[in-house]
Design a protein around this ligand. Structure first.
Ligand SMILES: *Cc1c(COP(=O)(O)O)cnc(C)c1O
Length: 399
């Protein structure tokens, strides 16, 4: 296979959408002298809370930190079970381990690849305290059903909304389901702060606990000494509980403020790119394209664009196609390997292949294609053309 030496055609898997407005906002923070615990964090929290119809936003240093704080604020710990999906980025299960609780995986729905509400209900035991559910790749399907199941059984729904900011289900925004929801702002997300995250909730107590946990266990109302660096002690050095430093800096928050204000424009761009992929690949018999719930095409917040090979193909064929794309300078990835088969889960709980067949079958056949706001038509065409050729080659090999 010829290796494409012309790297000017390289198409990354993802790329942040940063304009002069973001650059100016960050420079302004640097000039202000207030680099942490300041007005930009407050404003960013307010904007994300408003966007999701929540009363409180608590910014954090990452989505994972946000999830960890929610587990602790719900008083989840050793002896407790938390139901979650094996098909996700690993942080949605790791937060359960970080709190000392036991993750209980259940298989996903084959269409949406999100937690299957019926399987969740069947897995609830007297020890179940919460369900951590994810809108995988930005697909909001079943979150309302999961909310009903959790309510019926009096367990907390924690929405890991890290892949869905800006999307809605019916008339309800992602980030508005369950006791608390968590966003992540890593550079491949719909909104980025470089690194960062946020808990949103309507629960005053949970919000206060998260504020305390992110700030070394200080009182949720503790104020940093003016200037932030020359404290005189007082309430600033009183710690009510074991806490963490999970704060978000003003630099990150300033970036987030501009990004969330641009979110609607960015979503239009993302849906346009997704539309180009659908157009290019709709007739490809070897691929299953992402499922968007009917009537939700215009309210979808695509996070990544992940296609699946049909059942004729195995994991080796899939991996060769991904490597082939990369050799051609086209970013590609295997979102997501099953979480229960990752080392920490195999080692601790003895999980084995075959336990969650729907998740595993999907994991073996997914190909994430380049997806970012400014991807142009030529790049999408090149990615799809290359993908089709690589699939064709594997088809021939399968005969
Ligand atoms: C991105 C993401 C997170 C959070 O990631 P951080 O890198 O910690 O911000 C959590 N869960 C899911 C499903 C994610 O995709």
């Amino acid at each position: 296979m010829p290796i494409n030496a012309d790297h000017s055609t390289d198409i990354p898997l993802s790329h942040p959408d940063i304009t002069q407005a973001e650059i100016d906002a960050v420079v302004e923070v640097l000039r202000s002298g207030r680099l942490s615990i300041g007005p930009r964090q407050d404003l960013f929290e307010q904007l994300v809370a408003e966007r999701t119809g929540r009363t409180h936003g608590v910014a954090a240093s990452s989505g994972t930190a946000g999830l960890h704080m929610v587990m602790l604020a719900l008083n989840i710990g050793p002896g407790d079970e938390v139901i979650t999906t094996p098909f996700s980025f690993i942080a949605s299960a790791n937060c359960i381990l970080m709190a000392g609780a036991t993750p209980v995986f259940v298989d996903v729905c084959p269409r949406s690849l999100n937690l299957d509400p019926r399987r969740v209900e069947a897995a609830i035991t007297p020890r179940t305290r919460a369900v951590v559910a994810v809108e995988v790749f930005g697909n909001p399907m079943h979150m309302d059903q999961l909310e009903r199941v959790c309510r019926r059984h009096e367990v907390s729904l924690v929405e890991d909304a890290c892949e869905g900011l800006g999307g809605v289900l019916g008339d309800r925004p992602i980030g508005g389901f369950g006791r608390a929801s968590v966003f992540g702002f890593y550079p491949n997300k719909q909104v980025t702060t470089g690194e960062g995250g946020m808990v949103v909730t309507d629960d005053d107590r949970l919000s206060d606990l998260c504020r305390s946990l992110r700030n070394q266990g200080r009182s949720p109302t503790a104020h940093a000494p003016t200037g932030g660096t020359t404290g005189q002690g007082g309430s600033w050095l009183a710690h009510e509980r074991l806490g963490y430093n999970y704060r978000m800096s003003e630099i990150n928050a300033a970036l987030g403020v501009v990004q969330i204000q641009r979110l609607d424009d960015m979503l239009i761009k993302r849906r346009r790119v997704a539309g180009m992929y659908f157009q290019q690949l709709l007739d490809c018999q070897d691929l299953v394209l992402p499922t968007i719930p009917e009537g939700h095409e215009a309210s979808w917040s695509p996070f990544v664009f992940v296609v699946r090979l049909v059942r004729d193909f195995g994991v080796q064929e899939r991996d060769r196609i991904i490597h082939g794309l990369r050799r051609h300078g086209i970013g590609a990835s295997n979102y997501f390997p099953p979480i229960h088969l990752q080392a920490p889960y195999r080692e601790r709980f003895g999980h084995e292949a075959g336990e969650f067949p729907i998740c595993e079958a999907a994991s073996h056949r997914t190909i994430a294609l380049p997806f970012f706001n400014d991807l142009d038509e030529t790049q999408v065409e090149l990615a799809c053309h290359t993908l089709r050729n690589l699939i064709q080659r594997e088809r021939v090999g399968l005969r």
